[in-house]
Ligand binder design. Structure first.
Ligand code: SF4
Ligand code: SF4
Length: 350
């Protein structure tokens, strides 16, 4: 447990409630757009990865990023990149305050995914989380993901990951019109394969639309009252949150209704203040949703500082606070927003 790093993170979170932070503490980085899934609602798998940041370039970025406490290594399928574990280890080696490491996985290649996770766990990040995507019971999951047998592979991967010491593993279910009424069935099928599986180990997400990331802007999905009903029902079943992350999740779920009814981010979004998004080719964006490049780390010495402090970022931040962005309420972006609006979130206002 790195007490100084935790203290620094606590200071940043408290400060984010009072003023603009100098630099974000969370980075979401797209390791690769390579992906062997064939998802119906995400077109990342159709893109051909090219010009991705190299390990050397990422090492320079890590050296220049002492302010980061939390990195979400996303994809594509992050483990489809051969040097994935080395990339994460490089960040952990050069960023003394890096506490949280997370990556999502499609669960297809159990051996490779578990090996990458084991290699990362050896570096002992304080909080290491992997989310295995599971979008329904077997038939629905395999159809939504376009890969026959994907459900059983995802379950095998989940079971394998649970055996790794120092790693927390969850299943992540993104709700779509096709699976919206299958949450209970999904839970039961998982519990048959994984005895003792708990409701709080299945995380629900709203679907996201993004041109620059998911590349699915041409097929928007309407999020309606049905999504709210399902998420609120699950919230009741779960009972009281017993950890800081469970509390964040609860505060997130409580505001889904307001988001769905208004279509507006329920709080002052903290993108480009608490967090930012780095594409596989080195472009910084405010978040995974808003298709507004801020600058390239390749043109700024692999340093986020000149980009985040530049006029373009200042202008975009002003725009997003005025709600002149696509407006979303996705956990990847909402958690740090909730952390920056703690009192309002807990009171349930705004
Ligand atoms: S949703 Fe995830 S697993 Fe599916 S194609 Fe997109 S990146 Fe791949
Ligand atoms: S509210 Fe706007 S700026 Fe904030 S994460 Fe969502 S789309 Fe991005």
């Amino acid at each position: 447990m790195r007490h100084k790093a935790w203290f620094n993170l606590a200071k940043k979170v408290i400060a984010s409630n009072r003023r603009e932070l100098e630099m974000p503490y969370k980075l979401t980085y797209v390791v690769t757009k390579e992906c062997h899934s064939r998802c119906l609602h995400c077109d990342i798998w159709k893109t051909k990865p090219q010009n991705e940041l190299t390990l050397d370039e990422l090492e320079q970025l890590a050296r220049n990023s002492p302010f980061l406490s939390w990195v979400d290594f996303t994809g594509g399928e992050p483990t489809d990149r051969a040097d994935f574990a080395e990339i994460v280890q490089t960040f952990l080696r050069h960023i003394p305050d890096l506490l949280f490491v997370h990556f999502p996985t499609n669960g297809i290649n159990t051996k490779r995914i578990c090996e990458a996770a084991r290699n990362i766990a050896r570096c002992r990040p304080d909080k290491f989380v992997v989310t295995v995507s599971l979008d329904g019971p077997a038939a629905a999951h395999d159809k939504l993901r376009g890969i026959p047998g994907n459900f059983s592979k995802a379950i095998q991967t989940y079971i394998g990951l649970r055996r790794i010491e120092g790693l927390s593993v969850y299943l992540g279910m993104t709700l779509y019109p096709e699976n919206i009424n299958m949450v209970g069935q999904t839970f039961e099928e998982v519990r048959r394969a994984v005895p003792g599986f708990r409701p709080d180990e299945l995380h629900l997400n709203l679907p996201n639309i993004s041109e620059h990331y998911y590349e699915n802007a041409s097929t928007p999905i309407e999020v309606n009252e049905e999504f709210v009903r399902i998420i609120e029902n699950v919230m009741k079943i779960r009972g009281l949150p017993l950890s800081p992350f469970a509390l964040l999740e609860r505060l997130y779920q409580k505001q889904v209704r307001q988001y769905v009814q208004t279509g507006v981010c329920p709080q002052d979004c903290s993108a480009l203040m608490s967090s930012c998004f780095l594409s596989e080719t080195g472009l910084i964006y405010p978040c995974s949703i808003w298709d507004q490049p801020v600058g390239s780390i390749r043109e700024h010495g692999y340093d986020l500082r000149p980009i985040i402090k530049g006029q373009r970022a200042v202008d975009l931040r002003r725009e997003l606070l005025a709600k002149n962005c696509p407006n979303c309420w996705t956990p990847c972006e909402a958690y740090q927003t909730i952390a920056a609006n703690l009192v309002e979130s807990i009171k349930g206002k705004r």
